[in-house]
Design a protein around this ligand. Structure first.
Ligand SMILES: Cc1cc2nc3c(=O)[nH]c(=O)nc-3n(C[C@H](O)[C@H](O)[C@H](O)COP(=O)(O)OP(=O)(O)OC[C@H]3O[C@@H](n4cnc5c(N)ncnc54)[C@H](O)[C@@H]3O)c2cc1C
Length: 425
C-alpha cells in the first residue's frame, strides 16, 4: 500500500503555532520547580488559549468534543508537544487521562460519559488507570485484585502498584477479577472507582525520574483497595471484557507516547549539535572530530527513521484500525524507546560533566526516558509478540528455500533445454 503523509497548509499553520507556544509559553515553566498545584494554576490560562485554537483534546473525534485529527496529524502534533513534559496536559492530551477518556468513549454508557468522560475531557477531573500489581505487568493474567458482586454493588479488594496519578486522580479505572472460573482472558473487568471512596488508600513513592514523588504532572502510586464498595453500574463495558478493553485503550495510547519521543529526541539532538559546534578540545571543535560526527550522523538517521516508522504506524491505524496495526505499534514501542535513550546518551556525552549535571535538562530527560522501556508493557513483551506473529507466516523446511544447489536443479528443469540451445547457438 502506498502511503502519503502530506498535510494541508492550514494544519502546517497550526503546527507552527504550537511550536511557538511550546517554546515561548510552556518551556519557561520547566525551570520554575513547580509543584502540582502551582503548575495547575499557571497552566489554566494556557489551556484556555489551546482551547481557543481548537487544539484541546485532539485525540478525540468531534462526537466527544475533539477535532478528530486522525493519527498522522496527532503524530505531527505530539512531536511538537513531546519536547516538554509539561506540554501534553496543557493540550488536554496526557496519559493516563487521554487513554481513559477514549476507553469511556468506547465502552461507557451515557451516564458514565456524562459523569466521568465529559468532565475528564474538559479538564475538570483527573483520572488513573489501575491495572498493574507487583510483578504482574508483563502477564496481567496473574492479577489478583478482585471485585465481588454483592447485591447492587461490587466489593473490591487488592493492591495496585505503579499507578500514575493515583493520588491526584478523582477516579480510578480498576482492572479486577470478576469471573475467576471463566476462560483466561475473560476473567477481568474494568470498574470505575472514585478516588475518595471509603477503603481506597494511596501511597505516593519516588521513582528514578522523580525521587521525591513531587513531579508537577505525574506521580507514581501504590493503591490499596480494602472492601471498597461501588455501585454495579460503575462497571465499564460488560463483565469479563477487561482485557479486550485494555487492548483497545493501550494501542492508541502507546503510539502517542512514541510520537512524543520524537520530540524528546529532536530536543536532545538540537542540544547535541549546539554543543559540538561550540566546544573546542585538542585544537578543534568537537564537530570536527570523527567520533563526534558519528554521534551526529547516527542520531540524525535514527530519529529520521523512527519518525517514518511512527508516521507509518499512525497512517496504518487511520487506514485499517489499531488492532490490524498492532505489529507496527509494538515495533515503534521498543525501537523508539532505545533510540531515544541512545540519542540522549550521546548528547550527555557531548556536554561532559555539564550534561550529567542538573544545570542541563538532559539528565532529567534521560531518567524519564528510561521508563519508556517499561511502561505500557516492557520491550521484551512487545518483541516476543512481534516475533511470534512474524514467524507464524513461515513453514519449517528441511532444505532452506534459498539453498543454491536445490534452486539450480529447479532452474535447470525450467530453463535446461533453453540453456543448452543458447550454448549450442
Ligand atoms: C513510569 C511508569 C508508569 C506506569 N504507569 C502505570 C499506570 O498508570 N497504570 C498501570 O496499571 N501500570 C503502570 N505502570 C506499570 C507498567 O505497565 C509495568 O511496570 C510494566 O508493564 C512491566 O510490568 P512489571 O513492572 O510488573 O514487570 P514484570 O512483569 O515483573 O517483568 C519484569 C521484567 O521481565 C522481563 N520480561 C517480561 N516478560 C518477558 C518475556 N516474555 N520475555 C523476556 N523477558 C520478559 C522484562 O524485562 C520485564 O521488565 C507504569 C510503569 C512505569 C515505569
Amino acid at each position: 500500500m502506498a502511503f502519503d503523509f502530506s498535510i494541508e497548509p492550514e494544519f502546517e499553520e497550526k503546527l507552527a503555532w504550537m511550536r511557538t507556544f511550546v517554546r515561548e509559553e510552556i518551556l519557561p515553566l520547566e525551570v520554575l520547580d513547580l509543584d502540582h498545584r502551582t503548575y495547575l494554576a499557571l497552566a489554566a490560562p494556557l489551556k484556555q488559549r489551546v482551547k481557543a485554537e481548537g487544539l484541546w483534546a485532539a485525540h478525540l473525534g468531534p462526537d466527544h468534543g475533539g477535532p478528530g485529527f486522525g493519527q498522522v496529524k496527532l503524530g505531527l502534533m505530539h512531536e511538537v508537544l513531546g519536547a516538554c513534559e509539561l506540554a501534553p496536559p496543557i493540550f488536554g492530551n496526557q496519559a493516563p487521562d487521554s487513554g481513559n477518556c477514549e476507553l469511556i468513549a468506547i465502552a461507557g454508557n451515557e451516564q458514565q460519559k456524562r459523569d466521568w468522560m465529559t468532565p475528564l475531557l474538559e479538564g475538570r477531573l483527573l483520572s488513573a488507570f489501575s491495572m498493574t500489581e507487583v510483578g504482574t505487568g508483563s502477564d496481567p493474567t496473574q492479577l489478583t485484585t478482585s471485585a465481588v458482586r454483592d447485591g447492587d454493588d461490587y466489593v473490591i479488594n487488592g493492591t495496585k502498584w505503579f499507578i500514575t496519578n493515583g493520588e491526584r486522580a478523582d477516579f480510578h479505572i480498576v482492572m479486577a477479577l470478576t469471573s475467576p472460573d471463566a476462560e483466561r482472558h475473560k476473567r477481568y473487568s474494568m470498574i470505575i472507582v472514585p478516588r475518595h471512596a471509603p477503603g481506597v488508600d494511596v501511597r505516593v513513592f519516588g521513582v528514578m525520574s522523580d525521587p521525591d514523588g513531587k513531579h508537577p504532572v505525574h506521580e507514581e502510586c501504590e493503591v490499596f483497595y480494602r472492601d471498597v464498595r461501588v455501585p454495579a453500574e460503575n462497571l465499564l463495558g460488560g463483565e469479563g471484557e477487561g482485557f479486550a478493553l485494555a487492548q483497545k485503550r493501550l494501542g492508541p495510547g502507546r503510539i502517542h507516547h512514541c510520537m512524543r519521543w520524537i520530540g524528546v529526541s529532536n530536543r536532545a539532538f538540537d542540544m547535541l549539535c549546539e554543543r559540538v559546534v561550540s566546544k573546542s578540545v585538542h585544537g578543534g571543535l568537537l564537530a570536527e572530530k570523527q567520533m563526534v560526527q558519528d554521534w551526529v550522523a547516527l542520531s540524525a538517521a535514527e530519529i529520521a527513521s523512527f519518525r517514518l516508522l511512527v508516521l507509518h504506524a499512525a497512517w496504518r491505524i487511520d487506514q485499517v484500525g489499531a488492532p490490524a496495526a498492532r505489529n507496527e505499534i509494538a515495533m515503534i514501542k521498543y525501537h523508539g524507546a532505545t533510540m531515544m535513550q541512545n540519542v540522549l546518551d550521546r548528547a550527555i556525552q557531548a556536554y561532559g560533566s555539564l550534561g550529567f549535571s542538573c544545570d542541563m535538562p538532559l539528565e532529567q530527560m534521560y531518567r524519564w526516558a528510561r521508563a519508556s522501556r517499561l511502561y505500557d508493557g516492557p520491550d521484551e513483551v512487545h518483541k516476543v509478540a512481534v516475533a511470534r506473529r512474524m514467524l507464524k507466516g513461515y513453514t519449517p523446511a528441511d532444505t532452506p528455500t534459498e539453498h543454491v544447489p536445490t534452486r539450480r536443479a529447479a532452474a535447470l528443469v525450467k530453463y535446461g533445454a533453453a540453456l543448452e540451445a543458447a550454448k549450442r547457438a
